[in-house]
Design a protein around this ligand. Structure first.
Ligand code: S3P
Length: 189
């Protein structure tokens, strides 16, 4: 069941957070439960560029990738009624947190370094973790990004929670925020 009456009019649910925190898995599951469309910004970036994320990083660098992410958020996301999983660094550059928040209700997923390490092993869509010591890279990036993640959305901790439990938690957060945003909307004359 969609938690708010008319799903097309309901605000988007946007999942942010570090790589390997489960944004896509949870997003897909919630979209199925609520019968909403699901979007993954990594997939949209790849469609827009016509090449893989690994190739974008290798050929044009991270800055170009971030510009494509911005373009996706500005132009390719529906205004409402969808569940959207963001790439792990999308909310980090200046102004992106605000931009993403203007597109829906943002929940930021967190997980421990161990969980992230386990979930991200050997994925070519994550060139930032390539190399001998992915754990050091995760710790370093996490430290740099933590503030941005906290500011971007409502924090939900995923360690020790099943997908089913996380669906229930995020659904509650979403409902509460959706109701609050309905109340604060100016009434028509
Ligand atoms: C990135 C996370 C990746 C992908 C790209 C960069 C990041 O997405 O967008 O490799 O900067 O954290 P996931 O969080 O879906 O792995």
């Amino acid at each position: 069941m969609a938690p708010v009456a008319n799903k097309e009019d309901s605000p988007n649910l946007i999942l942010a957070g570090f790589m390997g925190t489960g944004k896509s898995a949870l997003g897909r599951q919630l979209a199925k439960r609520w019968r909403r469309r699901f979007y993954d910004t990594d997939e949209l970036v790849e469609k827009l560029a016509g090449v893989s994320i690994a190739d974008i990083f290798a050929e044009h660098g991270e800055e170009h990738f971030r510009a494509l992410e911005r373009q996706v958020v500005e132009s390719l996301l529906p205004a409402n009624g969808a569940v959207i999983a963001c790439g792990g660094g999308l909310v980090v550059p200046a102004g992106m947190g605000e931009l993403v928040r203007s597109k829906g209700i943002v929940v930021t997923l967190f997980a421990s370094v161990d969980t992230i390490l386990r979930r991200t092993a050997g994925n070519s869509r994550r060139p930032l973790l390539k190399g001998d010591d992915p754990e050091a890279k995760i710790r370093d990036l996490m430290k740099k990004r933590e503030q941005a993640y906290m500011k971007a959305g409502i924090a939900v901790y995923t360690d020790g929670r099943s997908l089913q439990q996380l669906c229930v938690i995020v659904e509650r957060v979403y409902e509460r925020e959706a109701r609050a945003s309905l109340k604060s909307r100016p009434k028509p004359d």
